[in-house]
Design a protein around this ligand. Structure first.
Ligand code: DGT
Ligand code: CA
Ligand code: CA
Ligand code: ZN
Length: 579
């Protein structure tokens, strides 16, 4: 197994990071830093030097380092490093990238708050939980949040939908209050439900364009006005987000929404269809060869004129939707109303912020019939994971909550599950007889995401083959704009999931959206069932289901594929059948 100098250097600096997070004193990790730098600067492949038996001549190589390089070059891995990676999660190491965060603070945040990723760090900061830690105040907390924001931007230059939608909804309310305005909607990628957003596009139907334009440009939190026309303005907000507004006449609402919703690829196809009928299409509608103008106040009317059914925005990517709309075979996409429950959430039994009853009330408020509590299992010790004893204790509390809700006359069931850890060697973190006692079992990978393809795939397959495991949670482990997911063999994974009927989660957390839309579509093609669940850590988190639904809709998912659209009886019967 060939390892480049750069790869070896990265391993040693990672070792130093992880040791320091564990509390190792800097002078003891210094030899790893030194060898990392020396390897990176070495003019020859260290592998050649090793073959010549001259490793000891490389500056910074003592006995301990010698043996480690030797093991790495002989076997392609290092036992010591593997152990360290299992002990300190990758997400914790990621936190070091935030300016202002060193190993001491990261350790403090990890061990006291159970925070294990940049997104959890962000959530803790936003909830004001960092400022209570030793030697930290509100100012440090804000600095950390700003540091995370800048890391996220650097990743793609696009913002997560979860950071844009709340701004869009608030701005829409403001703009709707302008005099003369009849309708305001966001269009573009946000309306199409994409996971990240380049810029935000608004369309306003109004009889008084000047009024809505001046209101738009006078909102708070604007950093710069990029354009100020009579019917078109652009601004950049303080958080870096660009927002465009178009004012149009109410009579052309349908054509304008169609045009500004995009995608560009979809619009090109629609324009071609118009051209075949000797019509030209723009944001104001259709124009015939004799210059007659056709206006459309709804999108339905425009698509119908061109011989198509109305196409849900999430499908408008030129991935077969045009043909389906022409032949009347568009899928009946899943909606919010199809969901009867949420199958992933945490409570105070592990790293959640609310108790079981509070989470249940949250589910009831959303009109659900059931929720599944999936607290972490024991090996994630810092997230206060469940031991078998604590699983049984939690069952008592869940039973009591169910009795209380039934006593109130509510038809609602709290189910007991677990998010059981798939350990770095593929072992499942709770014994089979324990898993058998639970209503549904979800298994997830959280550690050692950087394992090579075969190894990490085998871990997931091991979970899929376990007859007690029903759901594979956030299968890739990616965090949008933050870290890549594992290098899984997706085809093998989907075939196995279909064969053993393990449902794959679309995790609705806007930082995860995992499975992503491409994988979700392929999984369904291969016969897999899905879940769409929030991974909520407090009742408000249950509302994030909308982001998961967007992914599912963009993946052409219909309700029957998704197990949390099923009635409770069907769901439990499915979980009980062991494939
Ligand atoms: P984004 O902003 O990168 O997340 O993606 P979109 O799809 O929101 O793209 P954007 O903001 O550039 O444009 C909004 C929609 O306007 C786009 O989806 C299609 C439509 N559109 C129609 N004609 C054009 C054109 O000539 N240029 C661009 N850029 N967009 C056009
Ligand atoms: Ca846009
Ligand atoms: Ca735009
Ligand atoms: Zn998880």
């Amino acid at each position: 197994m060939a390892l480049s100098n750069q790869q070896l250097a990265a391993i040693f600096s990672d070792i130093a990071d992880r040791l320091e997070i564990q509390g190792e004193v800097v002078f003891k990790t210094r030899s790893y830093r030194v060898i990392s730098e020396n390897l990176a600067a070495l003019p020859r492949p260290v592998e050649d030097i090793w073959r010549e038996g001259k490793l000891n001549e490389v500056p910074g190589v003592g006995k301990a380092i010698h043996d480690k390089i030797d093991e790495l070059l002989r076997t392609g891995k290092l036992e010591f490093y593997e152990r360290l990676r299992a002990e300190v999660p990758d997400g914790v190491v990621d936190m070091l990238r935030v300016s202002g965060l060193g190993p001491k603070r990261v350790k403090e945040i990890w061990s006291t708050l159970g925070v294990m990723s940049l997104s959890e760090l962000e959530a803790a900061g936003k909830a004001g939980r960092l400022r209570g830690l030793p030697k930290m105040g509100e100012k440090t907390e804000l600095k950390i949040l700003a540091g995370i924001e800048s890391l996220k931007r650097r990743a793609t230059g696009r913002m997560r939908a979860g950071d844009v939608l709340p701004i869009a909804l608030q701005m829409r309310e403001v703009l709707r209050a302008a005099p003369g305005v009849l309708r305001v909607e966001y269009a573009g990628s946000l309306r199409r439900g994409r996971e990240t957003i380049g810029d935000l596009d608004f369309v306003a139907a109004t009889t008084d364009p000047a009024a809505v334009m001046s209101l738009f440009r006078s909102q708070p939190h604007i950093e710069e006005i990029l354009g100020a026309g009579e019917t078109k303005s652009s601004v950049r907000l303080q958080n870096g987000l660009q927002v465009d507004l178009r004012a149009i006449d109410p009579s052309v609402w349908g054509a304008a929404m169609q045009y500004f919703t995009g995608s560009q690829a979809h619009n090109i196809r629609v324009r071609e269809i118009a051209q075949k009928q000797k019509l030209s299409l723009n944001e104001y509608g259709l124009t015939a060869e004799d210059s007659t103008k056709l206006t459309f106040d709804t999108e339905e009317a425009l698509y119908a004129r061109l011989g198509m059914a109305w196409i849900p925005p999430e499908l408008r990517e030129d991935r077969g939707e045009i043909e389906a709309a022409q032949s009347g075979s568009l899928p009946r996409l899943i909606t919010r109303a199809d969901l009867r429950g949420d199958l992933q959430m945490h409570s105070t039994w592990s790293d959640g912020a609310a108790d079981v009853l509070t989470m249940a009330r949250g589910g009831i408020a959303l009109g659900y019939e059931y929720i599944l509590i999936t607290d972490h299992s024991q090996s994630l010790g810092i997230a206060n994971g469940l031991t078998p004893e604590r699983v049984r204790a939690q069952r008592k509390e869940i039973d009591a909550v169910n009795r209380q809700l039934a006593g109130e006359g509510l038809v609602f069931r709290v189910l007991q599950g677990v998010e059981v850890e798939i350990k770095s060697d593929g072992a499942i973190d709770l014994p089979d007889d324990m898993l058998a006692e639970l209503d549904l079992v979800q298994a997830s990978v959280h550690t050692s995401l950087a394992q090579p393809r075969e190894r990490i795939t085998e871990r997931a397959l091991n979970a899929i083959r376990n007859p007690h495991i029903d759901i594979l949670g956030h299968p890739s482990g990616r965090l949008i704009n933050e870290r890549e997911g594992g290098d899984f063999d997706w085809e093998a994974l989907f075939h196995a999931a279909a064969e053993h009927d393990v449902a794959l989660e679309i995790n609705a957390d806007p930082a995860r959206l995992d499975l992503n839309e491409t994988h979700a579509r392929r999984a369904v093609e291969l016969g897999c069932h899905l879940t769409i669940s929030t991974d909520a850590h407090h009742p408000g988190g249950l509302n994030q289901i909308v982001y998961g639904l967007s992914v599912a809709r963009r993946a052409w998912v219909t309700p029957e594929t998704v197990i949390n659209t099923w009635p409770l009886d069907k769901l439990l019967a499915w979980a009980a059948s062991e494939v």
